[in-house]
Design a protein around this ligand. Structure first.
Ligand code: ADP
Ligand SMILES: O=P(O)(O)O[C@H]1O[C@H](CO)[C@@H](O[C@H]2O[C@H](CO)[C@@H](O)[C@H](O)[C@H]2O)[C@H](O)[C@H]1O
Length: 470
């Protein structure tokens, strides 16, 4: 390997966003290199092709080069090139000087080599703002510009338009109040080298309105759960989380209403197709396929496979032609922010493990509802991890409290969703149950691969979902 790619081979596996951790890197090549600034500090945009066995993944990197690396840029340090005056290489997402250039190029609608910079029609892009890399746990890298914008730099590139841009732009054009407005984006024109399909290009970045007053739905929900767990109950009293100080049900209901509004706008922007019986069978086959794969990979799911299979069969047997449309695809509490004006949904990229085609495919909107219902289960149950340190009686009580919290918030979310015009989840129990189980199966694999200490969360709720009748 050349010196640059050698340095990158050591640096990439240490990055949170690198998807190939735990597998050897066989080769790194530079698929495209675009000079954005020649003088020190120099700036190049790179698309890296990383080969690991049979797989070649593309990643983008803003590569900065400086004779000296100031301390404030150390978080982005990649390494120093050899030679007496070898320059320092660093990830320039951390360099406000470099990210200011990106903002200016989006404001101008600039073109540099294969890079196309855009601002959204009718939207201003204020320039000269200093960018700071966000600290949220995420799969890409986001740079926050003052109180104004957040720019997500997609790290692993997939061919074609990224659904996060596609959906947010369409909903911005409709004036949807429940998504952050799109202000600009960057795309790579052409193939970006072998591996990205010819002529399709790729979305490199999305510049959105920064939700200054926003708080993560997951954080709000678990604060409510903690509050409820800590509240003492008179002996023999019915567990009622509505009596706890941090009750979340009114927010869950509003979140349901916001989800229904987003679904309505998605239907207007992209249309609705009636799914014939054959399409439903094909969807059920996908569910069975994932279950079979996960059973092989995570044997702990085995005891629940029978009940799950029966629910998927019931789904396949549904009659009628349900309406399918574009949906969020990976909706959970961490993808929703409560701002001072209401709930906003984020990150329309779909589930990270799905192919680009699957992420953009239509589905039933109740699949998103099921995703959020799973998230209420997660919020209620993930604190039960330390149960082994509690007495059997204490564990039973916590379980009862978790169940009561999840049931109250699930019901509130469904109420809000149906009241705002969404399909009533209670009237579609076979669909919702199959979607919830499918999501739980996905989560078993996700947790086994990414957070093994959380595996008990979907496994336990599979035990409960298996029992539930509707
Ligand atoms: N428009 C926004 N305003 C404020 N914070 C945001 C905004 N978009 C995203 N975030 C924050 O960044 C986090 C990661 O965003 P997300 O789009 O989910 O990134 P990724 O796809 O890389 O995981 C979110 O959980 C949220 O905390
Ligand atoms: O946010 P991402 O698009 O990266 O989604 C992936 O990671 C999520 C976890 O960060 C994962 O969500 C699961 O854990 C959540 C709690 O952390 C919980 O609220 C969700 O219900 C649960 O599915 C998501 O599945 C995965 O695709």
């Amino acid at each position: 390997m050349e010196p640059v790619t050698e340095l990158l081979a050591g640096w990439l596996p240490r990055q949170r966003w690198f998807a190939g951790k735990g597998r050897a890197i066989d080769e790194i090549s530079i698929a495209t290199a675009t000079e954005l600034r020649a003088a020190d500090p120099a700036l190049h945009h790179l698309v890296l092709a990383v080969r690991q066995g049979e797989d070649v993944d593309r990643y983008q990197l803003l590569l900065g080069m400086r004779g000296e690396l100031p301390d404030r840029l150390r978080p982005g340090e990649i390494g120093r090139m050899s030679g007496p005056n070898g320059p320092w290489l660093y990830d320039a997402a951390h360099d406000p000087r470099a990210t200011r250039d990106l903002l200016a190029l989006m404001a101008q609608g600039g073109v540099v080599g294969p890079l196309r910079f855009h601002h959204a029609p009718g939207m201003a892009v204020e320039t000269g703002l200093d960018g700071v890399v966000g600290t949220a746990e995420q799969s890409n890298t986001s740079v926050i510009f003052g109180d104004s914008y957040i720019c997500k730099l997609f790290r692993r590139l997939s061919p074609g338009i990224n659904p996060d841009l596609e959906v947010n732009l369409a909903l911005t054009n409709l004036g949807c109040a429940h998504i952050p407005a799109v202000h600009g984006w960057i795309e790579l024109e052409g193939s970006g080298g072998p591996g990205l399909a010819d002529d399709e290009g790729a979305t490199l970045a999305l510049l959105s309105e920064f939700l200054r007053t926003g708080t993560d739905g997951w954080q709000l929900a678990i604060t409510s759960v903690r509050d409820w767990f800590a509240r003492s109950l008179p002996p023999g009293a019915e567990p009622d989380p509505g009596l706890a100080g941090g009750d979340f049900a009114a927010e869950s209901e509003r979140l349901g209403a916001a989800t229904a509004a987003v679904h309505r706008d998605l239907a207007s922007a992209f249309g609705v197709t009636r799914q014939p019986v054959a399409g439903m069978r094909a969807a059920a086959e996908g569910m069975h396929r994932q279950l079979a794969e996960v059973c092989r990979e995570v044997p702990e799911i085995g005891p629940y496979a029978g009940a799950i299979t029966a629910a998927f069969d019931a789904f396949a047997g549904l009659v009628g032609e349900p309406p399918f449309q574009r949906i969020h695809g990976d909706l959970h509490l961490g993808q929703a922010m409560r701002t001072d004006t209401g709930w906003v949904l984020l990150d329309f990229e779909g589930e990270p493990a799905r192919s680009p085609g699957e992420r953009r495919a239509v589905s039933h909107p109740l699949r998103d509802v099921a995703g959020m219902l799973r998230s209420f289960e997660y919020a209620a149950r993930f604190l039960l991890a330390d149960e082994e340190h509690t007495s059997a009686e204490g564990a039973r009580e916590l379980e009862m409290r978790a169940h009561a919290w999840a049931a109250r918030n699930r019901a509130a979310f469904c109420r809000g969703y149906a009241a705002a015009g969404g399909a009533d989840p209670a009237a579609h129990s076979v669909l919702v149950r199959a979607f919830e189980l499918d999501k739980a199966v996905y989560e078993v694999r996700y947790e086994a691969r990414n957070r093994p200490s959380w595996l008990h969360v979907p496994l336990r709720s599979l035990a409960h979902l298996g029992e539930r009748t509707g």
